[in-house]
Design a binder for this molecule. Structure first.
Ligand code: NAP
Ligand code: ZN
Length: 368
């Protein structure tokens, strides 16, 4: 067996890490564009203040772009890139969940490359601005992945692109920044991280390194998902575990990418307004059932073992409690969702490549 691994940049993890490491941004540039979500959580939780103070201490300048919506659109990304150019930013700091972090990656590309949307998606760009990522949700792992997922409303599509140039140079994970997440966002994002771990573990392009990360993430996150079904109060220990699990799952998908739950789930997000992680969690039981029935690889059963769930029913019960009922879909929507998902080449990364009939079966079971 031969494989390669490209591990990400410098990772800082811990409470108050920015305050305690004031020169953390030294050497990255002279002016930062700080990219945050439009809901203002980066400000409310103090992350924006901590970062501005650290930049001030090392005499760096900054500008704030706080317009990123959930599932960031290409129009928002282009507005951010324009601001990066006009203010002369030479590096980008993203604060937020996957939406600001992914938007920041695309902004880092478009700030230095005058290219069309398709050219960006086909990776026809040269240099990109250096990136720093400060996650405030514990879910996407985007702080250590080379991927960005952007929404193209006129194409009715969430499209990802992936290039090692998009790997953040610096990932700063402070569990305290995630403590303001309400229970529902905590659950949605934890389920997203768990999906990353499972989809990566069951990938044909998994490597020994990605498998170790995915297994550790399943062990940590399986216990935390179960905890979330019992308690609306989330301790700091759990916040730390969720952020670590999300980081490890991010490292896993950075090598393998994601598969069926994500690509089917994008339709739930685009057409039914279901948050990203929750959409994955709704599809996960039917996806695992498909793998159990069609694939005799022992890795499928190991998912339950490592996650601490005795069997598929236990896992389905936990995800059902966290994610709630699936959306109601018409026959035409059902066909449309399958049509949208089928062209995705990365579906073939699952241990068994699903046919159109398999995908239909997974979706049918999900919607029951
Ligand atoms: P998100 O869309 O970034 O944020 C969801 C909501 O949570 C927003 O309203 C946000 O408010 C709020 N929020 C964030 N941090 C908070 C905090 N600490 N306290 C209170 N509220 C907070 O959600 P996400 O699930 O993290 O990211 C989803 C996106 O990431 C999707 O577009 C998905 O496709 C993408 N994704 C990317 C990768 C990758 O590898 N690149 C992997 C998986 C998913 P604000 O508006 O204030 O920020
Ligand atoms: Zn995801």
């Amino acid at each position: 067996m031969s494989w390669q691994s490209f591990l990400p940049g410098h990772i800082y993890f811990g409470n108050n890490v920015i305050k305690e490491t004031p020169d953390i941004f030294k050497g990255l540039g002279s002016k930062a564009l700080i990219v945050t979500g439009q809901g203002g959580s980066a400000r409310r939780i103090g992350a924006l203040d901590d970062i501005c103070q650290a930049l001030q201490q090392v005499k760096m300048k900054w500008e704030v772009f706080d317009q990123v919506e959930a599932n960031p659109s290409i129009a928002t990304v282009r507005a951010g890139a324009k601001l990066a150019q006009s203010c002369g930013a030479d590096f980008i700091i993203a604060i937020g969940g996957g939406s600001p972090m992914d938007a920041a990656k695309a902004i880092a590309v478009l700030a230095l490359n005058d290219i069309t949307d398709d050219e960006m998606l086909k990776l026809q760009f040269k240099e990109v601005l250096p990136l720093v990522a400060v996650p405030t949700t514990a879910g996407t792992g985007s702080e250590v992945t080379a991927a960005a997922v952007i929404t193209f409303p006129e194409r009715e599509a969430k499209l990802g692109f992936r290039d090692n140039k998009l790997l953040p140079w610096l990932a700063i994970l402070d569990p305290a920044y995630t403590s303001s997440m309400p229970w529902q966002i905590t659950a949605d994002t934890a389920v997203d991280a768990y999906s990353h771990a499972v989809e990566s573990y069951l990938s044909v392009i998994a490597t020994p390194i990605s498998e170790m990360h995915a297994r550790a993430a399943m062990e940590i996150l399986g216990a935390q998902l179960e905890m979330l079904t019992r308690s609306r109060e989330i301790s700091m220990e759990s916040r730390e575990a969720l952020l670590l699990g999300s980081l490890l799952a991010g490292m896993a998908i950075s090598e393998t990418r994601v598969t069926v739950p994500h690509f089917l789930g994008y339709s739930f997000t685009i057409y039914k307004d279901i948050p990203h992680g929750r959409a994955n969690g709704m599809i996960m039981p039917a996806f695992l059932d498909f793998n159990l029935k069609k694939c005799d690889n022992p890795k499928v059963k190991q998912v339950f073992e490592y996650s601490g769930f005795g069997n598929l029913q236990q896992l389905s019960d936990v995800l059902g409690t966290l994610c709630g009922p699936p959306p109601v879909c018409t026959e035409a929507e059902f066909v449309h969702f399958i049509d949208k998902t089928m062209p995705e080449k990365a579906l073939a990364n699952n241990l068994i490549t699903p046919t159109r009939e398999d995908l239909s079966e997974i979706l049918k079971k999900t919607l029951q």
